[in-house]
Design a binder for this molecule. Structure first.
Ligand code: PSU
Ligand code: MN
Length: 310
């Protein structure tokens, strides 16, 4: 555990604890994707399948959420089921986490909050779908996801399929560079755009194996550089929705959010559910495929990191 004082707020599942104590591979998984990112029942089915994929690739899964103020590192089957349909579950980012803990609330952790909890528990690798980023229209809204600053602060490697293409991707990459976050493309020369394998943007660093990524992470630690690493893994080509095709749907979704005056935390969940409807469920199929692919890569990275520590 990385913080003794925080220990009293954490419930680490026995399987996760023994992996951590034995220096074995473990992968953190977030819960906002379950409560605010996908509809029921696909959310629960996907969460379970993702845990299985992590295991098949040699690591122990640790899905993270806050239940009645307790930070759970690893959820039981019952807890996962409950989360899939529960009401009054907060969407927790860095700013919300201490309140949820102090007030015994239920909360699903975003990328930022999952990174914080993973690090407290001693986990170094985390798989998600797509990180939050700089929103389109940032000039007037100032809406920049806390995920980006977290990547600059907290030493966890986050495996994603890029940033969600509803965002301002060029500014998201610029911001990550400003904050000193290494952005690594896995077997790609382009920054992936979540539902699509490529964007116009060149990837800052390309690496083709989990071992090479583990070496980068170890070098970063040895140099005393704070913060995480972002690993961008393009969605498998069989499941991608090409960017040209996705653009029309995204523009419609953004216009709808504008008409309804949606702001703050509600923006990303609304856009995702609008896209689910307008693409006739295709956006969700792609989202599920990319999360699974990220889970497999994260597990292989965790295995490689664990080996290099021995
Ligand atoms: N990946 C997905 N679906 C999601 C998310 C990630 O495939 O719903 C969530 C993550 O929890 C991420 C959040 O942190 O979306 C971003 O929210 P915001 O833009 O409000 O920071
Ligand atoms: Mn935001």
């Amino acid at each position: 555990m990385n913080c003794e004082m925080a220990g009293r707020f954490l419930d680490i599942a026995p399987e996760v604890r023994s992996a951590l104590e034995g220096g074995e591979a473990a992968v953190a998984l977030e819960s906002t994707i379950i409560t605010h990112g996908m509809p029921y029942p696909q959310n629960v089915t996907t969460a379970r399948e993702v845990e299985t994929i992590v295991r098949e690739n040699g690591a122990v899964p640790a899905t993270i959420a806050v239940i009645a103020g307790r930070i759970k590192i690893g959820l039981s089957d019952e807890e996962l089921d409950w989360l899939g349909t529960a009401e009054y579950v907060m969407k927790l980012s860095r700013a919300d986490l201490p309140y949820a803990v102090a007030a015994n609330r239920h909360g699903a952790t975003t990328v930022a909050a999952t990174m914080i909890c993973a690090h407290l528990a001693g986990l170094r690798v985390f798989a998600t779908g797509g990180i939050g980023g700089v929103h389109q229209g940032v000039e007037s809204t100032m809406d920049i996801s806390a995920d980006l600053d977290e990547l600059a602060k907290t030493p966890v490697a986050v495996v994603c399929a890029g940033a969600k293409a509803i965002l301002d991707l060029p500014r998201t990459l610029e911001y990550l560079e400003t904050r000193g976050v290494p952005v690594v493309g896995y077997r790609t020369d382009r920054f992936p755009a979540f539902w699509s394998r490529t964007s116009e943007l060149a990837i800052p660093i390309r690496l083709d194996t989990p071992e090479a990524m583990a070496s980068l992470i170890s070098a970063k630690e040895a140099l005393g550089l704070k913060g995480g690493v972002l690993v961008a893994n393009p969605v498998p080509s069989t499941d991608e929705i090409p960017a040209e095709e996705m653009k029309g749907f995204i523009d419609e979704a953004l216009a709808e959010a504008g008409r309804r005056g949606i702001a703050g935390k509600a923006v990303t969940p609304l856009l995702l559910s609008f896209l689910f409807e307008s693409t006739g469920g295709r956006s969700l199929t792609t989202n599920i495929a990319l999360v699974k692919s990220n889970a497999a890569l994260a597990a292989r990275l965790a295995v490689s990191l664990a080996r290099s520590r021995r």
